[in-house]
Design a protein around this ligand. Structure first.
Ligand code: PLP
Length: 382
């Protein structure tokens, strides 16, 4: 337990709620979940599944029909050919970090992870007993890996490399040429890549994220992590999946049997409707995120001492506040307490996040504009 970490978003949410309990008005830009409702046809499918009796245990690996739908979806979107036998369905994307790390890593091993990055990577690497090796994400490179540090970090003890694109917390994407360079470095090594692609559907430019699994020789050593939480605004349904090499399916299933038994059956039926049904609600959500991104980042770029690289994906803005001369923890605390804007200290995502503030723009356009006004007024007060 001394090695396990947490997610600061949940801590800040508690502090923000406490302020609201005292009558304060807080704009919530801390938590990373779409503010849109789950599309109606998915909700209807979940309700129907309950009425039809999908209320019992199912196979630990997931319902065969959902695994088929996932295999088709992943094959089509990544330009690869994967089988339902390699798909493991889980209650959310997080167990796809937890279980493969427990299965693969132990004392003496090393695992490389992005920093700043989703805090669960470092936490779970450390829980496994392995050494967590951070690779800095470089703002000037669109928050892609520092490839020199990456190359120097690889050694015979490296058993896992974690990639995340588009990223939490930066919204950055790893360009195709960097994915190719990373693949070239790891192809001949005895390690597994955990490719967290949970934001792969939430991208704004013409450039689509490239899955490392689609590069020659990489499918057999990559775990693709994806899920329904972000794409279909289904965070509370708890539904995610991994596509993994055959040798990992059995160990990961055993960890499922020992922990969750299986993923909720009616939730999985809703997942089939999500993948096979109309995709327009996803497109509409992404279009609205784009509108918010442009206006919100423009607003942040107007704050003296601040600059915000325009993120290519996800729904996070990662503002550089180094020009203010103040620490990012102090700024995040003060924005919550003195300006009523809940946001996260970048250092909560690792030491290379110091000097940045993460905002989730999964809130209404109006609230985002109010938040910009509050930040500007707060900044003017000094
Ligand atoms: N991976 C990343 C990068 C995330 O940001 C999140 C959620 O915030 C997850 C995985 C986990 O998602 P889920 O809610 O499906 O467990």
């Amino acid at each position: 337990m001394s090695r396990i970490g947490a997610e600061s978003a949940f801590d800040v949410l508690v502090r923000a709620r406490a302020l609201e309990g005292q009558g304060r008005d807080v704009i919530h830009l801390e938590i990373g979940e779409p503010d849109f409702p789950t599309p109606q046809h998915i909700v209807d499918a979940g309700k129907k599944a309950l009425d039809d009796g999908w209320t019992h245990y199912g196979p630990a690996q997931g319902l065969p029909e959902l695994r088929e739908a996932i295999a088709e979806h992943v094959s089509e979107t990544r330009g690869i050919s994967v089988s339902a036998a390699n798909v493991c369905v889980m209650p959310g994307g997080k167990p796809l970090i937890f279980f493969p790390m427990l299965a693969l890593l132990g004392p003496g091993d090393e695992a490389i992870y992005p920093n700043p990055g989703f805090p669960i990577y470092e936490s779970m690497i450390r829980v496994s007993g392995a050494t967590a090796v951070p690779v800095p994400l470089i703002e000037e490179r669109g928050f892609s890996f520092d490839l020199d540090v990456f190359r120097k970090s690889l050694n015979s003890r490296t058993k896992m490399v974690v990639l995340n694109s588009p990223q939490n917390p930066t919204g950055g994407m790893i360009p195709a040429e960097d994915i190719a360079a990373i693949a070239d470095e790891v192809r001949g090594r005895d390690l597994v890549v955990l490719s967290d692609e949970i934001y792969s559907r939430i991208v704004y430019g013409n450039e689509k994220p490239v899955s490392i699994a689609s590069l020659p020789g990489m499918l057999e050593k990559t775990i693709i992590l994806d899920g329904f939480s972000k794409t279909y605004a289904m965070t509370g349904w708890r539904l995610g999946y991994g596509v993994m090499p055959s040798c990992l399916v059995d160990p990961v299933n055993k960890l499922m049997v020992n922990s969750n038994s299986c993923t909720a059956s009616f939730t999985q039926r809703a997942g089939i409707a999500a993948l096979r049904g109309p995709q327009e609600p996803v497109d509409a959500m992404v279009a609205e995120f784009l509108r918010r991104r442009d206006a919100f980042c423009a607003g942040l770029n107007d704050v003296p001492g601040w600059s915000c690289t325009i993120p290519g994906g996800a729904f996070y803005a990662f503002a550089n506040v180094k020009g203010t001369g103040r620490g990012s923890k102090e700024i995040a605390d003060s924005l919550l307490n003195d300006a009523g804007v809940a946001c996260l200290n970048g250092a909560g995502f690792g030491e290379y996040g110091e000097g940045y503030i993460r905002f989730s723009y999964a809130n209404s356009y109006e609230n985002l504009m109010r938040a910009v006004e509050r930040i500007k007024a707060w900044s003017a007060r000094g």
